[in-house]
Design a protein around this ligand. Structure first.
Ligand code: UD1
Ligand code: CA
Length: 502
């Protein structure tokens, strides 16, 4: 069903006050993450998908931590505090305290159910309102219903009589395999009234939300069940085993969504993609890829194998091979890798190249510019068409502050340069191999400062006699049979000369 065609609920109340003790964690359960978002944000995203007029989260356990998380990730959500009275009924009652509406449909969901699909919630609202029901509960048939509330139906199965909690159920009731998912649509006025009449006379001494069904029915109101075939969608996380299971299932669903939208994923078994990642049509994701956060992949881009990208933008047709990038932008048609590390603030222009074994940070690399081999580029701007020679280091840190290096357009930086920041190399300039650039290089100039080279003829023959190097040198020189010649000043003087040269 289309979002526009379905009615929007007056409010959604998301329950998140429970302690989650089975997680055995200092972190509140609903703040644990799968698919790059907290369980709670997943639940709230599903709720928001129904376009409710009001959205309330009920908190108690680690209230301040969770409220802070909401302020950052879902500031539109109203926080309701549950008091010391326990139970899902009390939680909803506390939530309703923050709801201004007096009529319409209220959805209740859980903060620890991350796979809930907004479309399923919209269908629940539509079915509920079409039937004119007071309560509609989402149910599922499961192979092992242990622990869940069971749906009690009339003999012929057509009418829902109520819900009995596992701990309160008779053996016969425990045999029922239709369970309460904990997701409901309520008529707001009926809910407010019934919550005011809830008791705590049950095995757990709690105010059970589930008792609202029997109360509504006793008042002659229609109570319905909507059975879902997708059990996983309504499953909650109680421990870290379930966290991993639902994380894997969420990933499977995300990958499937991208594949159906025209993305090639070569090996779904080794590919992990967060919920918020966007990928354009005809992109190819090779084995061993992890795409996290707000990563965005353009059309025809090829990612992987063995690549991790976080909050990184990859332009159309770009290629990223065996690399790791965080908060980087890779331009259209550019190429990265293998084995490179792009840190925050790396911006690689269109058709640019960051080759093998390169680390970059806060570096703007212009269109068509290349850093092909074994380099560190930090706090730098490199103009279009410039080439950085192999093994060049941008020395950006003097031990106290980080300084910037500017390299102009169409510059040729030689191999093994050290560019000591702050320094500027002008447009069209060049530097020789092994140059340590400490002073600005004007546009069009060639900078060289490599140490002059002196060759000491026959050194290996004299100083490395008896080694394979000597044999090789003699063969090349054609002097296999002649003895080593002493220099006039003798070996000691030669040693001194060598030291001087260093
Ligand atoms: C509840 C249902 C049960 C259903 C099951 C589905 C009741 C009485 N029972 O059982 O029928 O099959 O969910 O998972 O409703 N919460 C609060 N405040 C509270 C208690 C719970 O906010 O005082 C929240 C929890 O944080 C959680 C949700 O409500 O998100 C469910 O709580 P949980 O303790 O897991 O419910 P169950 O007793 O397992
Ligand atoms: Ca639970």
């Amino acid at each position: 069903m289309d979002k526009a065609e379905t009615p929007a609920p007056a409010a959604v109340i998301v329950l998140a006050a429970g302690a989650g003790t089975r997680m055995k964690s200092r972190t509140p359960k609903v703040l644990h993450e799968i698919g790059g978002r907290s369980l709670l944000v997943h639940a709230l995203t599903a709720a928001e998908g129904t376009s409710p007029s009001e959205l309330v989260a009920v908190l108690r356990h680690e209230r301040d931590l969770v409220a802070e998380h909401l302020a950052e990730h879902a500031p539109e959500v109203t926080v309701a505090d549950q008091d010391e009275i326990p139970g899902t009924g009390r939680a909803v009652q506390c939530g309703l305290g923050q709801v201004a509406a007096t009529e319409g449909t209220v959805l209740v969901t859980y903060g620890d159910v991350p796979l809930l699909d907004p479309a399923a919630l919209r269908e629940l609202v539509a079915a509920h309102e079409d039937a004119g029901a007071a309560v509609s509960v989402l149910t599922a048939r499961v192979p092992d219903p242990t622990g869940y509330g069971r749906i009690l139906r009339s003999e012929d199965g057509t009418e829902v009589l109520g819900i009995v909690e596992h701990k309160d159920a008779t053996d016969a009731q425990r045999g029922i395999d239709e369970i309460n998912s904990g997701i409901y649509a309520f008529d707001l006025a009926v809910l407010r009234d019934a919550l005011g009449r809830l008791g705590t006379d049950n095995a757990q001494g709690e105010m059970y939300l589930t008792d609202v069904l029997a109360i509504a029915r006793a008042d002659g109101r229609a109570v319905r069940a909507v059975v879902t075939a997708d059990v996983t969608m309504v499953e909650g996380v109680n421990d870290r085993v379930q966290l991993a299971q639902l994380g894997a299932e969420m990933n499977r669903r995300i990958l499937e969504r991208h594949m159906r939208a025209g993305v090639t994923i070569v090996d779904p078994a080794t590919t992990w993609i967060d919920a918020d990642v966007t990928i354009a049509q005809d992109a190819v994701i090779r084995p061993g890829v992890q795409l996290h956060g707000a990563t965005d992949i353009g059309e025809d881009a090829v990612i992987g194998p063995d690549t991790t990208l976080r909050d990184t933008e990859v332009g159309s047709g770009a290629e990223v091979l065996r690399s790791h990038a965080v908060l980087a932008q890779i331009g259209a048609g550019a190429s990265v890798g293998p084995f490179s590390y792009l840190r925050a603030g790396t911006v690689l222009g269109a058709d640019g190249k960051i080759g093998g074994f390169v680390e970059t940070k806060n570096a703007q690399i212009g269109e068509g510019a290349k850093v092909p081999h074994l380099s560190y580029v930090g706090d730098a701007e490199i103009g279009e068409g410039t080439n950085i020679g192999a093994a060049t280091i941008f020395a950006n840190y003097d031990g106290v502050t980080k300084n910037r290096t500017t390299v102009g357009k169409h510059v040729r930086v030689g191999s093994d340069n050290i560019l000591v920041a702050p320094v500027t190399i002008g447009d069209g300039a060049a530097t020789g191999a092994g140059t340590t650039v400490r002073k600005d290089v004007p546009p069009g100039a060639l900078a060289v400062n490599a140490v002059a080279q002196r060759n000491m003829e026959g050194w290996t023959l004299r100083r490395r006699a008896g080694t394979a190097a000597e044999t090789a040198a003699r063969a090349a020189l054609g002097t296999e049979d002649s003895p080593a010649t002493e220099t006039p000043a003798g070996p000691a003087a030669e040693e001194n000369q060598e030291h001087e040269q260093r």
